[in-house]
Design a binder for this molecule. Structure first.
Ligand code: GTP
Ligand code: MG
Length: 403
């Protein structure tokens, strides 16, 4: 569980453009050879690149700075400066980028191989050769390069899955994932067993399959930060269908369902536009209810009254005995293939930048132990030791750029 990182904060900077060259050609027999200063090179850009082989932002965890290189200066004899090198950041599909200072949404990378320019490199300045005119045959100025762009960004991973599991701790979410897919999530009889989202591929009939995400349990108040809920709620933003889960042993199934629904709504009201199914889990240990007004039905196979009340399909299941699992898969598959459920777009509300670096408190220690000797740390050390070059526009004073 320790290596799932879905939140990183990184300072990024593109390369500035190289300055154009101011040079007047002189040779023994050509004392007034004219201007021949070449152009500066383009600064490197910082580019995000979607990579479906990545499932977390772990590889960026220790990366505090990512900087593309500057363009080279132009030279005499109209020689061009070298272009700066782009910095490509490999990210898992589903990475959303926010401004680290304002929390505003900047961009997202959804598909494999998708490239998004996060910060553009500065253009190189023109050499003085470009500025020769009939009236000014020896221009003594050249353009400076365009400045670099810099920004501190927060990257969040929002897992892309077809079905997201929503339920209180201990509802049996991980157990379900373990029986419908090859995933091996931790399962135990205490709340908050699952601390990080897990994905599993559920194989369906005829070689078809869909992806299911198990997220940590949600409790009342999760949308305000209670429990582990809030920081993981974003992982269901991208799901097409939400599978709610309430154990059959619950005293008030509808009540629990409504609490979960309210938490999602508080977090992002758009979540309620997604298709929902309610699975009543642990049917094998359910007891017939004596009290007639309890929501737990005395006839176990019939949850139509609940279904009617909440307006979504309700299916009883037991991960232990396998009861109802096939029917549940059918229902999920049906929902996934409905036209209106295809679109899983959702707008990314600005984030609260004061939210503590989520995984830090929880997983930091384990990760530190695990990775101190890891190459990733060594790589970062280089970054941290790198001396930041002062970049100062004063040296271009009086020439070129419109001030
Ligand atoms: N009898 C029975 N027990 C179940 C069933 N499904 C899950 N359990 C038990 O319920 C307990 C909790 O299951 P988990 O799958 O870990 O629950 P979870 O919803 O993932 O819980 P968190 O990760 O803490 O949110 C475990 O002891 C499971 O063995 C079921 O269908 N029948
Ligand atoms: Mg779990």
């Amino acid at each position: 569980m320790t290596n799932f990182i879905d939140y990183v904060k990184i300072y990024c900077r593109s390369g500035k453009g190289g300055a154009g060259c101011m040079h007047l050609h002189r040779a023994k027999y050509l004392p007034k050879g004219g201007p021949d200063g070449g152009d500066g090179g383009k600064g490197g850009s910082v580019i995000l690149h979607g990579n479906r082989n990545l499932w977390t932002l772990l590889h960026l965890k220790y990366q505090k700075h990512i900087m593309a290189t500057d363009g080279g200066r132009g030279g005499q004899s109209r020689s061009f400066g070298k272009d700066g090198e782009d910095k490509i950041i490999e990210v898992p599909c589903g990475t959303v980028v926010y401004d680290g200072e304002t929390g505003e949404f900047i961009c997202e990378v959804k598909e494999h191989d998708e490239r998004v320019v996060l910060l553009k490199g500065g253009r190189g300045g023109l050499g003085n050769w470009h500025f020769r005119t009939a009236t000014n045959q020896a221009p003594r100025y050249a353009q400076p390069g365009e400045p670099a762009q810099e920004r501190t960004v927060i990257m969040q991973l929002k897992v892309l899955a077809d079905v997201g599991l929503v339920g209180f701790p201990n509802a049996g979410k991980s157990t379900l994932l373990s029986v419908v897919s090859a995933a091996k999530p931790e399962i135990a009889d205490y709340p908050f067993t699952t601390l990080t989202p897990q994905l599993g591929i559920v194989s369906y009939r005829d070689g078809r399959s869909f992806c299911m995400a198990d997220i940590p349990g949600i409790i009342e108040g999760a949308s305000e930060g209670k429990g582990l809920g809030l920081r993981f709620l974003r992982h269901i933003e991208r799901n097409a269908v939400l599978l709610f889960m309430v154990p059959a042993t619950s005293e008030d199934i509808v009540g629990e369902y409504n609490i979960l629904l309210r938490e999602l709504e508080n977090y992002n009201p758009e979540l309620l536009t997604k298709a929902r199914i309610l699975a009543i889990s642990k049917m094998d240990i359910a007891q017939p209810s004596a009290s007639p007004d309890s929501s737990a039905s005395s006839d176990f196979s019939d949850f139509s009254d609940i279904s009617e009340k909440i307006g979504i399909p309700v299916l009883p299941i037991s991960s232990l005995t396998g009861e109802g699992i096939a029917a549940l898969k059918d229902a999920l598959w049906e929902e996934l293939n409905k036209e209106q459920n295809q679109v899983i777009e959702i707008s990314h509300a600005p984030i609260d930048i004061n939210e503590p670096m989520p995984n830090d408190q929880m997983v930091n220690d384990q990760i530190n132990d695990q990775m101190v000797n890891d190459q990733m740390v060594n790589e970062t050390t280089i970054y941290l030791n790198e001396v930041e070059e002062e970049w100062d526009l004063d040296k271009y004073k009086g020439i070129g750029w419109d001030e």
